[in-house]
Design a protein around this ligand. Structure first.
Ligand code: GDP
Length: 446
């Protein structure tokens, strides 16, 4: 995701400022100018960037900061909180209630990813114990119903649509009524898009909203539209009461800054981001962890969410405890490799852990990475229990490494390579030592 580049640039700008002998107006301005350039190049709208700069300057009044104040920390915090503010519309995201039926309507341009995302949204809630259902009210695009049907069948989610009826309002009303009768608690209505914003699209959206009375309208936006994001999001908001945003295709080359603009334009929170074509390729969006990760601080809540999804319940607390102590033995790494091979989603889990995913399972090179993991595991199979279980394995000398290499039929260079990988992981986790792993959001230091 190109947003990582944005995060890197912001972090470097802060670091550069901190290395100045005195942090004065000039150093602060240089830092803020670099952040401004980075945000603009990531497609964040100019108005928002300007606002961010002005707000940070208001918070950080260098003249008032007496000597002894940690200026870097204050500036860093101001940047963090302003970035959060940009992404936080100040109202909570809509959460469907299990005891009652919620109707959710998806809107967006054709090709934005609505149909794909409807299934992701349904699949996500199904895993959380909801009883979702999908209604295809897209009669504009040929093949829309077939696509929804195929996705829904794969995810074992009930669906409704028609090959012959051409009135989307009629289909939507019938579908919602049917699933209400069947006690579904989350009815998702997929609507049609158009190639571009036009009156007929907005009129159809208004009619559908009036007929189905959705609890929330979710605007789906393709992240690759760049600077056009603000205007597009605003146009949708002006036609229907958009209450949430989903940004898709964040796995591609999109700069991603459009997400920030869409929040500002709709005054609605981003709730999910799409990271691939498959139904489990999305991330639940949460502002603080997102900005933390953007600034290279790691995203614990995303990590914990995913951990709960993919690691068996009885192993979760032990695993978290080891991590929070900064302990990771080679055996834990071995077990995690094993899970990584057994459960596909662990790839996503690891990608939210700083220092792990990117190197271990780079996008598009899964086969290669898998072979590497298997090689490392074969090497670890030749280690003694003592070597595997020590939380801080002693230095492995040449004799030891030769023994392990011989035992595993590999060469010493590969043993060294595996230990390097281990050291990298242990180091990234030791940076987090002492952190309380949050259950619901904030990154807290103990
Ligand atoms: P709709 O016209 O808005 O319903 O869009 P579709 O759901 O048909 O999606 C259009 C294309 O985008 C399809 O080829 C999807 O597989 C693809 N797509 C949707 N979401 C994502 C995503 O998050 N990442 C990637 N890479 N492709 C996506």
């Amino acid at each position: 995701m190109v947003l990582a580049e944005l995060g890197g640039r912001i972090t470097r700008a802060i670091q550069q400022m901190s290395s100045a002998i005195v942090i004065d107006e000039k150093a602060l301005n240089e830092c803020l100018n670099e952040i401004t350039r980075a945000l603009l190049q990531s497609d964040v709208s100019f108005r928002l960037v300007k606002e961010l700069q002005t707000n940070i300057k208001k918070i950080v009044n260098l003249d008032d900061l007496a000597a002894g104040h940690n200026k870097r920390r204050i500036i860093e915090q101001a940047i963090f909180s302003e970035l959060c503010k940009m992404l936080d519309p100040g109202k909570p995201a809509f959460t469907p209630k299990k005891a009652k039926t919620s109707v959710v309507m998806f809107v967006g341009l054709q090709g934005a990813g609505k149909t794909t995302t409807c299934t992701k949204y349904a699949y996500y809630h199904q895993k959380k114990g909801y009883k979702p259902a999908l209604v295809c009210a897209d009669t504009f695009r040929a093949g829309a119903f077939d696509q929804l049907k195929q996705n829904a069948t794969k995810a074992k989610i009930p669906f409704y649509g028609s090959y012959t009826e051409s009135d989307p309002v009629k289909i939507a009303v019938e579908g919602v009524a049917r699933f209400k009768k069947e006690n579904c608690d989350l009815i998702i209505v997929d609507t049609s898009g158009r190639h571009k914003q036009e009156d007929s699209l907005f009129e159809e959206m208004r009619q559908l909203a009036e007929a189905t009375k959705p609890d929330v309208v979710i605007f789906v936006m393709d992240s690759s539209i760049g600077q056009a994001a603000f205007d597009q999001a605003q146009a949708f908001k002006q036609s229907v009461a958009v209450g949430a945003v989903i940004i898709t295709k964040m796995d591609g080359h999109a700069k991603g800054g459009g997400a920030l603009s869409a929040v500002a334009a709709t005054k609605s929170p981003v709730i999910l981001i799409g990271t691939g074509e498959h139904m489990d390729e999305f991330e639940v969006f949460d502002v603080k962890p997102f900005v933390s990760r953007l600034l290279g601080k790691g995203d614990w809540s995303g990590f914990v969410d995913k951990l709960q999804e993919v690691v068996p319940k009885d192993q979760q607390s032990e695993y978290l405890e080891q991590l929070s102590k900064g302990n990771i033995s080679l055996r834990i790494m071995y077990e995690q490799y094993q899970s990584m091979l057994n459960f596909g989603p662990l790839k996503q889990l690891y990608s939210s852990l700083p220092g792990m995913g990117a190197g271990m399972m780079p996008e598009g090179r899964e086969k290669e990475s898998e072979a590497k993991i298997k090689r490392y595991m074969t090497i670890m199979d030749s280690m003694t229990d003592e070597e595997l279980d020590s939380p801080n394995p002693k230095v492995f000398d040449e004799t030891r490494m030769m023994r392990i290499a011989r035992g595993s039929g590999r060469i010493v260079r590969e043993v060294k390579e595996m230990l390097e990988e281990y050291k990298k992981l242990a180091k990234s986790l030791s940076n987090m030592k002492g952190l309380k792993i949050p259950r619901n959001g904030d990154l807290m230091s103990s």
